[in-house]
Design a binder for this molecule. Structure first.
Ligand code: C2G
Length: 441
């Protein structure tokens, strides 16, 4: 019996895939098809896959061509599989010519002509979602660039504040809208990166016009307003995503899952630090966001995800710039019934940007910059039990955020930031700006 193996994502199965499978089967007597796992596709930069692994497996199975289906989960698995299943022939489409020649050491390698004129990415791209950008900053530039890594998405229009360099905006391929209404007319979704005090009105209008929204956190500066916006989004069947890019990074979602699994015991303390020094002049002129605006949502994310939103008390200890009134360094202490947490955020103070999650059996250590980490450790009294984890992160997680948002738009809700956490973040901002629980140094 001649055993053949081939691999693929097989998203939105089409006749190009089926022809490949038919010709692969014809090379021997028994065909094994390796369907790529979601994380493996993500790690090799294949984003915005529309269908889940199971949907793709079932679609391949329904062709009746494969004799066996396995899941491809990691780099190098092909060698293991070829040896494990005693494969005679590896085959794949000619778009991969040369890539798998190294497998000649283990079995025969055959490249089959790719079927012209059809591809999953072309199918995805047909549903191209036009994104409008509201506001402009370094993060907006990154967002526009990151859209290029996600099939079926493009940042096309911008409604920017006065004084923006219009030549630069045009050089990024952005159509400059001179009114917010004009922007909303041109796009299906918007990315809001304007000043936090503008978010509520802008997001509300967009949702009322049936637009999907990614909004930089906080969604609004009041808990009630955030609740109202989330309700409007649900009523209008629109997606409203809290734009905290850290939430979409694989390493972060894995460390949260490991912490919740009890691997380091009961979580008793979460300490998160985020700082980035701005110049005294920028701070005095108010040209930058304050520390809590800049870093608060990111720093609070692990606290609220792991310990919840029902803290018994909090205290915001803050240092403010006398001229602009911006907070240059703020420490927030949370007390929970069975745990404590603290975040330190700064734009006028520099510190070690690490995240430490302390438990009754051990702790999770995430080195700086933890908010865009690819790496973390679980550490224990017996150092031999320590483990290290690595998950690649491209583009600081923004492309994964966009990809998750696109899936959510297709009713595949992967709420990375829950409604409760969004409301809790807005509550902290509301209290901070109202001076509640605040100690000014
Ligand atoms: N294919 C084809 N003709 C097309 C589209 C795809 O012959 N018009 C082939 C591809 O060459 C591949 C298989 O169908 O052999 C599955 O294609 P994809 O789902 O796009 O998967 P791909 O990312 O190419 O997977 O490690 C090998 C990769 O997993 C191959």
């Amino acid at each position: 019996m001649v055993k053949v193996i081939t691999y693929g994502t097989y998203d939105l199965l089409h006749y190009g895939h089926i022809r490949l499978l038919e010709r692969a089967k014809a090379l021997g007597d028994y065909l094994i098809v390796g369907v790529t796992a979601d994380d493996f596709d993500k790690s090799r930069g294949k984003l915005n896959v529309q269908q889940s692994l199971m949907e793709r497996v079932l679609a391949v199975q329904a062709t009746g061509i494969a004799d066996e289906i396995i899941v491809e989960e990691y780099e190098g698995q092909k060698i293991d599989d070829i040896q494990r299943y005693n494969v005679d022939i590896f085959t794949v489409g000619s778009d991969w010519v040369g890539t798998f020649d190294y497998l000649n050491e283990y079995c025969k390698v055959v490249y089959l002509d790719r079927t012209q004129g059809i591809s999953s990415s072309e199918i995805r791209a047909k549903e191209n979602t036009r994104f409008g950008v509201v506001g402009y900053s370094n993060m907006a530039r990154k967002f526009v660039a990151e859209c290029n890594f996600v099939n079926g998405v493009s940042a096309t229009d911008i409604f920017a504040p006065e004084g923006c360099d219009e030549d630069e905006l045009r050089s990024n391929g952005l159509n400059i809208c001179h009114s917010y209404d004009e922007l909303l007319d041109n796009v299906e979704a918007i990315y809001v990166i304007s000043a936090p005090d503008k978010h509520y009105e802008q997001v509300k209008l967009a949702l009322s016009r049936g637009k999907h929204v990614i909004c930089e956190s906080p969604i609004s500066l009041s808990a009630e307003q955030t609740k109202e916006l989330l309700t409007i989004a649900a009523e209008n069947k629109c997606v409203l995503y809290e734009g905290i890019k850290t939430a979409y990074a694989t390493a972060f979602s894995r460390l949260i899952a490991i912490a919740k699994s009890g691997a380091v015991g009961d979580i008793k303390s979460v300490e998160a630090t985020c700082t980035s020094l701005r110049t005294e002049e920028e701070i005095e002129k108010g040209e930058v966001l304050g520390a809590l605006d800049e870093w608060g949502p990111i720093a609070m994310l692990p606290v609220l995800e792991l310990l919840g939103t029902e803290y018994t008390s909090k205290e915001l200890i803050t240092f403010k710039n006398e001229k602009s009134g911006l907070d240059t360094f703020t420490k927030v202490n949370f007390r929970y019934p069975q745990a404590v947490a603290s975040i330190k955020v700064g734009v006028g103070v520099k510190s070690e940007g690490e995240l430490i999650i302390s438990g009754t059996k051990g702790y999770i250590y995430v080195p700086a910059p933890w908010w865009k980490t690819e790496y973390f450790e679980t550490r224990f009294e017996n150092a031999e039990a320590n483990r290290r984890y690595f998950y690649s992160l491209e583009g600081e997680g923004i492309r994964y955020e966009i990809s998750a948002f696109m899936r959510a738009m297709k009713n595949l809700p992967n709420l990375y930031v829950s409604r409760k956490v969004s409301v809790a973040i807005s509550t902290v901002f509301e209290d901070f700006h109202a001076g509640r629980d605040v100690v000014c140094m």
